[in-house]
Design a binder for this molecule. Structure first.
Ligand code: EPU
Length: 430
């Protein structure tokens, strides 16, 4: 077991480089098996555990996965030889279920155990299944544990999503690119990672149009070929460093970003009194006084991202005044409030609403990362707080933040990763 120890209070200063986007990388890795060829994927955040698990699943079903350098991987999908993925492989992450769409697209058959991932409330997959069925697959869920989908032929279809779902949009795209005829996904997700996946599929010879709008049209093609592709920068990693800069009263240039993707975050930081300066592929964030309050409501893109809600709540916890945070995507994304309150915050969360009464100072305390973004919030809180914060359960943070200790140290943070023995592995000397 490992934990982070942070001595807080120092403003962050300098430059930090953002990695490739996790939530683009995961569907793109699954999509690579649609090509039966070689894909070279660049700007891949190879060292985060979610990406690692996806590469393990690729190897498990027969793909040859070769690390070319720290952030480039070559995937040779010619040798993929199985459509079965067991729970041992899928349990670590949500995105493992992208192999249902990808294997259906490749073989017309997928037998994939239910995914794991952060607990943020119920995470049903009814819209994924509806999409597969409309494309002509028959889908059963055995013992609530394994999705078995089969189709003698996938045929394009209009598909209306009952709610905007990133995962369902991805999975339907993966199954539809090689289906016969036209698929139209209405009420599709518009996140930057959906556009990146569509661009990757088109680089392999697919015909996907409209990604980034709520109507995506896919004209099926018979075959896809390999390609070289570079993944977009991670919007949420960038946003996390932006908030960290503001919360510590720092001044940080965040490089390798697409400022347009950060607009909803920049606007809220500005509302709180931060300065946000945009460059071609960088943003500079600074704040030299106590942040002001502001209200947040999470929405699908281009709204304020739910994956930035916990981090932003740390800034609001330090703000002058009371802010309301309203979570409209997930039913249980305020578990971090208890942890922040241990550090002196005053957050009252009820259902999908939280009232954040700003305090002047947070104080270091032992806390834990309940999930990935809750963990990111704990890091920001620890950096902004006086004294020492110890964060446990950092495996959640490792799922999505590449080189987080090194990057934070590079902008002046006092943070280290330490190994601590599991409680039950300690011998009782008495
Ligand atoms: N939903 C359904 N039925 C479905 C699919 C979704 O009811 O079949 C509901 C969900 O329960 C939720 C809403 O629709 O209330 C949106 O869920 P969505 O499918 O968009 O979420 P997801 O694909 O499971 C991805 C990200 C999450 C991010 C959400 C929302 C990945 C691997 N995960 O999840 O990222 O919070 O979109 O933007 O892309 C994270 O990175 O920390 C993370 C949790």
């Amino acid at each position: 077991m490992e934990k982070f120890i942070i001595n807080g209070g120092a403003p962050l200063h300098g430059e930090v480089e953002i990695s490739g986007a996790k939530n683009a990388a995961l569907p793109i890795l699954a999509a690579s098996i649609l090509s039966q060829d070689v894909c070279v994927i660049e700007n891949l955040p190879c060292s985060i555990s979610d990406v690692n698990y996806m590469m393990k699943i690729l190897a498990h079903i027969g793909a040859k996965v070769k690390l070319i350098n720290k952030n480039t991987v070559e995937i040779d999908s010619r040798f993929v030889n199985s459509y079965v993925i067991s729970h041992d492989m899928t349990k670590h992450l949500r995105a493992s279920y992208y192999f249902i769409g990808a294997l259906l697209g490749r073989y017309g058959r997928a037998k994939v155990a239910m995914p794991g991932g952060c607990y943020l409330g119920a995470r049903p997959i009814d819209q994924h299944i509806k999409g597969f069925e409309l494309l002509g697959a028959s889908v059963s869920v055995e013992d609530n544990a394994t999705v078995d989908a089969k189709a003698s032929k996938l045929i394009g279809s209009p598909i209306y999503l009952d709610m905007v779902s990133v995962g369902a949009t991805v999975n339907i795209l993966l199954a539809a690119v090689k289906a016969e005829g036209l698929t139209v996904i209405e009420n599709a997700a518009k996140e930057p990672h959906i556009v990146d996946l569509a661009n990757f599929l088109n680089s392999m010879g697919a015909d996907v149009r409209g990604a980034g709008t709520d109507v995506i049209k896919v004209r099926g093609v018979e075959q896809l070929h390999g390609c070289n592709y570079s993944i977009i920068p991670d919007q949420i990693e960038a946003g996390t460093y932006m908030v960290a800069a503001a919360a510590t009263h720092g001044n940080v240039i965040i490089k390798n970003v697409i400022p347009k993707h950060l607009e909803s975050i920049s606007k809220k930081l500005i509302e709180c009194g931060a300065e946000v300066e945009e460059f071609d592929d960088a943003v500079r964030v600074s704040l030299d006084r106590r942040p002001g309050k502001c209200n947040i409501k999470t929405m699908p893109h281009p709204g304020f991202p739910t994956d930035m809600q916990p981090q932003m709540a740390v800034l609001l916890a330090l703000a002058d005044g009371t802010s309301i945070v309203s979570e409209s995507i997930w039913s249980n994304r305020f578990r971090y409030a208890d942890q922040l309150n241990r550090m002196g915050a005053d957050i009252k969360a009820d259902g999908q609403l939280a009232v954040v009464q700003g305090v002047e100072q947070l104080k270091g305390a032992p806390v834990k990362a309940d999930d990935l973004r809750a963990g990111a919030a704990m890091i920001i809180a620890g950096l902004a707080a006086s004294g020492t914060t110890e964060i446990e359960d950092i495996l959640h943070i490792d799922r999505g933040y590449e080189d987080v200790v090194e990057k934070l140290k590079g902008i002046g943070a006092d943070i280290k990763r330490v190994f601590c023995p599991e409680p039950n592995s300690l011998t009782n000397a008495g």
